[in-house]
Design a protein around this ligand. Structure first.
Ligand code: PTJ
Length: 233
């Protein structure tokens, strides 16, 4: 189903060919994790929810793959937090932006008329909105390029990244790395937002006890143990 959604997104001009390649890489990692949420990922998802709820100006960044795969979850999450949604494309074209804006019609997404730049990124890739990503304190990115995560981090933003590759530059640069399929991750983050929403103490506690590097290590150990257990001879 995931593959079909992306292929349809590609035919509709929402997903780029590179997005299909990125999906293939993600799929390979998903087999390694057993196509389910690892305990370390659940911890990161809870922490992601805590950061989003605590933020003053949280923004969910959307690209072609996430628009095609998890549009409804993005809208639900943006309402629960509440957070702004900004379309921010790596392979930016006006036509793609227009198509994705159309997919989020009625929700009020940013990104159609960028009026600011993320320092350190070349022209097209640095475009963003002043009232969105540019002034956000917490940004949720999914299937994001490493340079852009680094640039956001250099702007002193807290970056939450969903990326199935625990060794990608994105995963290693983000403040909170969720090593999970975006189709599971967003649902879990929504679940934790509902749980934490009125509990300030637990939000603080969750953030305080989270160690991102240690959590990535835990994910790697889980994958490694899983592979060892799968060895038959
Ligand atoms: O729509 P655009 O123009 O913004 O372009 C989007 C892509 C995804 C093409 C662009 O951001 C890109 O090239 O990303 P990368 O650098 O290929 O990184 C994508 C990362 O997401 C890789 O580490 C994949 O393993 C991972 N990934 C792929 N599918 C999923 C995933 N992570 C979580 N859930 C997935 N379903």
């Amino acid at each position: 189903m995931i593959r079909e959604k992306l292929v349809q997104g590609f035919r509709d001009g929402v997903v780029v060919p590179e997005g299909l390649i990125a999906h293939g890489r993600g799929e390979a990692f998903d087999y390694l994790v057993g196509e389910k949420t690892m305990p370390a990922s659940e911890k990161a998802e809870k922490t992601a929810a805590a950061y989003l709820l605590k933020a003053k100006k949280p923004v969910i960044s959307v690209n072609g793959n996430t628009a095609a795969l998890v549009r409804d979850d993005i809208i639900n999450l943006s309402k629960i937090v509440p957070a702004k949604i900004e379309i921010n494309l790596f392979y930016r074209t006006d036509e793609r932006i227009k198509k994705i804006v159309e997919m989020f019609k009625g929700v009020g997404v940013l990104g159609g008329r960028p009026d600011a730049r993320i320092p350190g990124l070349e022209h097209h890739r640095g475009l963003c909105c002043k009232e969105g990503i540019f002034s956000a304190d917490v940004v949720l990115v999914m299937l994001e390029d490493g340079d852009r995560v680094k640039a956001l981090s250099d702007m002193n933003k807290t970056v939450i990244a969903v990326d199935l590759n625990p060794l990608s530059r994105t995963a290693l640069t983000a403040n909170v790395t969720v090593v999970d399929n975006v189709t599971r991750a967003l649902k879990n983050i929504i679940k934790f937002c509902e749980k934490l929403k009125n509990n300030k103490a637990e939000i603080e506690e969750t953030i305080k006890k989270f160690d991102n590097k240690g959590n990535i290590d835990e994910a790697l150990k889980y994958i490694s143990k899983r592979l060892e257990d799968l060895v038959v001879v």
